[in-house]
Design a protein around this ligand. Structure first.
Ligand code: IPE
Ligand code: IPE
Ligand code: MG
Length: 275
């Protein structure tokens, strides 16, 4: 199989080894979601304009996407622009939308050649026409790819997503198609913008902020959280490996008892029955 390369650099043997170790460990997250934060502070700490940080952030996106594709992570969802980010100064918003359009243009073939499928969630129609056109083109170009699903959250917010799902469900109730009593978790999940994507296993936030900032509010119910002080432009694959390693060390209980505790309780139960 052709090696994956988005960064145009040959993968080092030491990196291959690190990835192989993580894969061997088992419990690789199927879906990683990332709140890519800290571009502005990264730039300011270097005496640069905030837009410089956003540009540097694109290099991190490329590196993290490449590493996920190489390791066999199936879904990568990146929070690139929130509904609330429209409230930033016009100059910054313009710089961000221009950067989005130019990055899409530059990366389109590369994503396609590496069997990566691009999707988006959010209010895409709020973006300038040029951005919308570029997005549409890359989405169409990569629609049959299957190695990695790269989902960009653009003009996205969790509350917007839930609100839209509620509206869709309400319409179906109104038309008599569904009984309100039949509405369950799966049905709600199916009406969200992420209907085709499993819930994230791991959610990473960079830049040391301890909040979700209106990201996938419904979908993150049982995701493992990983927060790092590292600013997004400095978040490269080694940092990703740390996050995955931390995920692999955890026990996901989903409200149940831990495996050890379950065994202990089962033993006690048998003892009770036999004495
Ligand atoms: C994240 O970096 C990128 C976007 C929200 C678009 P920020 O721009 O929020 O950077 P900080 O948090 O101000 O450092
Ligand atoms: C969250 O970052 C949104 C994205 C990373 C796209 P923000 O920088 O907008 O979040 P707050 O305002 O600090 O909560
Ligand atoms: Mg921020």
């Amino acid at each position: 199989m052709k090696p994956i390369s988005l960064t145009n650099t040959e993968q080092k043997d030491s990196d291959k080894q690190l990835q192989a170790q993580l894969i061997e460990q088992g419990q690789l997250p199927e879906h990683i979601a990332i709140i890519m934060d800290g571009n502005g502070r990264w730039a300011k700490s270097r005496g640069n304009l905030r837009s410089f940080g956003h540009k540097a952030g694109v290099d991190s996106v490329r590196d993290i996407t490449e590493a996920c594709a190489q390791m066999g992570v199936k879904y990568l969802t990146l929070y690139a622009f929130s509904t609330e980010n429209w409230r930033r100064p016009k100059m910054e918003v313009n710089a961000l939308t221009r950067l989005l359009a130019s990055s899409l243009r530059k990366e389109a073939d590369n994503l396609n050649e590496n069997d990566i499928r691009l999707e988006t969630i959010g209010q895409i129609d709020r973006f300038p026409d040029k951005c919308q056109r570029e997005l549409k083109e890359v989405i169409e170009l990569t629609q049959d790819n299957s190695r990695l699903n790269l989902c960009l959250a653009l003009s996205y917010s969790g509350r917007w997503d839930i609100k839209e799902a509620v509206k869709r469900l309400a319409r179906r109730v109104k038309s008599g198609e569904i009984d309100p009593e039949d509405i369950n978790d799966e049905m709600i999940s199916c009406h969200l913008s992420t209907a085709d994507i499993p819930d994230p296993d791991l959610i990473i936030r960079t830049s040391g902020e301890y909040r979700l900032s209106n990201f996938l509010l419904w979908q993150l119910a049982y995701s493992e959280l990983y927060i790092t002080e590292t600013y997004w432009p400095d978040f490269r694959r080694k940092e990703l490996y740390k996050a995955i390693h931390s995920f692999q060390e955890r026990e996901r209980r989903f409200g149940k008892l831990s495996k050890d505790e379950q065994k202990k309780q089962a033993k006690l139960h048998v003892q009770e029955l036999t004495t």
